[in-house]
Write a protein that binds this ligand. Structure first.
Ligand SMILES: NC(=O)C1=CN([C@@H]2O[C@H](COP(=O)(O)OP(=O)(O)OC[C@H]3O[C@@H](n4cnc5c(N)ncnc54)[C@H](OP(=O)(O)O)[C@@H]3O)[C@@H](O)[C@H]2O)C=CC1
Ligand SMILES: N[C@@H](CC=O)C(=O)O
Length: 430
């Protein structure tokens, strides 16, 4: 007997799910042990042209009726956003139907409610596509590394911003042109603010940190900075110094293991670093674990077909569980670690200052860093007179100490402007 699938959403991702379910129907049936049947597709606009060959008789605007239909076995949610996605997923789980979703925004905002409903409904909740598109990352973290102790998860988890920064770096494209291309290629969220302001990456970081550290993490726990303040000049000067700017997500345990930090922000990384070679909308994530050591996951981080691949993988896993009367792994939050504040995060910084071109300027600037215990690794003066700039790279220091230093620098009469402050990750370029 066929397993019936209700698809919620038939846009960039949903239309590719439909295509793959048709094209690979025989293989999927063989792998699962029963055929899959697409039993209904909920959309917002019935008359919209679709990138998949969907039987018009399957289309409906009544998603609620579809998810609660008695004959549905698996619900696939690829609408996105909080509502109506949350209510639809809860309705499905409450009636014992397993759910596959790509919705990182919802899981990071209210994962607790959704996971609790899965538990109560004795149903599966799978979400491989919610983080890093096609890259298998959730399952390795939840299952393959369940016997290890993860220290750090670090990487590029947003395809749109990586595409924009890569285009700005490689072809000198403008921010807005590159964003337009990313949207046309189906990488961006329905509201691209989620991408460029770092909300999407922050949601993914929350999901990754929660799994890696067996704790409950929401988007609100994540320190978030986007890429909208990055200028063509920042990109070009990073390039001239042997660096590239990337939007990074970093989830790291503290040294005593009792807390962890989760942050998303642009960072300068040396061009020799493996993440520097991650181009276009690709994503890459390093996982550092006690026994496994360093693992790297790389692949297409956005786009219809790559994301649909992850969704299909989850559908197969859930379908096998349905047939076996089994369930996949539950959410694990037993460790309940504390998220430490951003001020305690320790990293290096690159600071550019517009300064007066006078004797003693360097000593006064260095003094301000020393006052906060921030030691300077390199410093150089560029330009003269009205164009004089100091470019400094610090050794590792806390975010709180660096912020206090910058505050102090702004008050010095010899500092005309703090031009840019950027975190630096990875070893030196030289
Ligand atoms: N695009 C990507 O690269 C990736 C996306 N994701 C996630 O996948 C999900 C879907 O993204 P994507 O396919 O790009 O989004 P789209 O905006 O392309 O598609 C959204 C779909 O949802 C439908 N929809 C919207 N509101 C409703 C509603 N109230 N009831 C029923 N259907 C509705 C739309 O209908 P209609 O077509 O009629 O407007 C559309 O078919 C999101 O959670 C996103 O974050 C995850 C990884 C990668
Ligand atoms: N908008 C997201 C889509 C995938 O998650 C991105 O650009 O990464």
């Amino acid at each position: 007997m066929a397993l019936k699938v209700a698809l919620l959403g038939c846009g960039v991702v949903g239309s590719q799910v439909v295509r793959l379910m048709h094209e690979q129907a025989d293989d999927l049936a063989a792998r699962i042990g029963a055929p899959l049947e697409l039993a209904g597709v909920a959309v917002r606009r019935l008359g919209r042209r679709r990138d998949a060959d969907v039987d018009p008789a399957l289309l409906t605007t009544d998603a609620e009726a579809l998810v609660t239909r008695d004959d549905i076995d698996i619900v696939v949610e690829v609408i996105g956003g909080i509502e109506p996605a949350r209510s639809l997923i809860l309705a499905a789980l409450n009636s014992g139907k397993s759910v596959v979703t790509a919705n990182k925004a919802l899981l990071a905002e209210d994962g607790a409610t959704v996971h609790a409903a899965a538990r109560a409904g004795n149903a599966d909740l799978y979400f491989e596509a919610a983080v890093a598109g096609a890259i298998p990352l959730i399952r390795p973290l939840r299952e393959s590394l369940a016997g290890d102790h993860v220290h750090r998860v670090l990487g590029i988890v947003n395809g749109t911003t990586n595409y924009i920064l890569d285009q700005m770096d490689s072809s000198g494209a403008s921010f807005s042109d590159a964003l337009g291309e990313a949207q046309a290629l189906g990488y961006a969220e329905a509201d691209p603010t989620a991408d460029v302001e770092g909300f999407d990456a922050a949601a993914k970081a929350a999901i990754l940190a929660g799994i890696a550290f067996h704790s409950r993490v929401t988007a609100a726990d994540v320190h978030r900075e986007g890429i909208t303040e990055i200028t063509a000049t920042d990109v070009a000067s990073a390039k001239a110094m042997g660096y590239v700017i990337k939007l990074l997500a970093i989830c790291a345990r503290s040294d005593d293991g009792r807390s962890f930090g989760v942050r998303v922000h642009p960072a300068m990384i040396p061009r020799t670093h493996p993440l520097a070679g991650v181009r276009e909308a690709y994503n890459a994530v390093f996982v550092e674990a006690q026994s496994a050591g360093q693992l790297m996951f790389y692949g297409a981080g956005a786009g219809g077909a790559p994301t649909a691949s992850a969704v299909l993988g989850d559908i197969v896993a859930v379908a096998r569980n349905v047939l076996a009367g089994a369930r996949g792994p539950e959410e694990s939050t037993y460790a309940d670690l504390v998220v430490h504040p951003m001020g305690e995060t320790v990293t290096r910084y690159h600071v550019s200052l517009d300064v007066a071109d006078k004797p003693g300027v360097l000593a006064r600037v260095a003094d301000m860093f020393a006052k906060q215990d921030v030691s300077i690794q390199t410093v150089r003066q560029e330009g003269h007179g009205a164009d004089a700039q100091l470019v400094l790279v610090t050794h590792r220091a806390s975010d709180a100490a660096l912020s206090a230093t910058i505050e102090g620098l702004r008050e010095l009469d010899i500092v005309r402007d703090v031009v840019s402050v950027m975190r630096v990750e990875g070893e030196d370029a030289s």
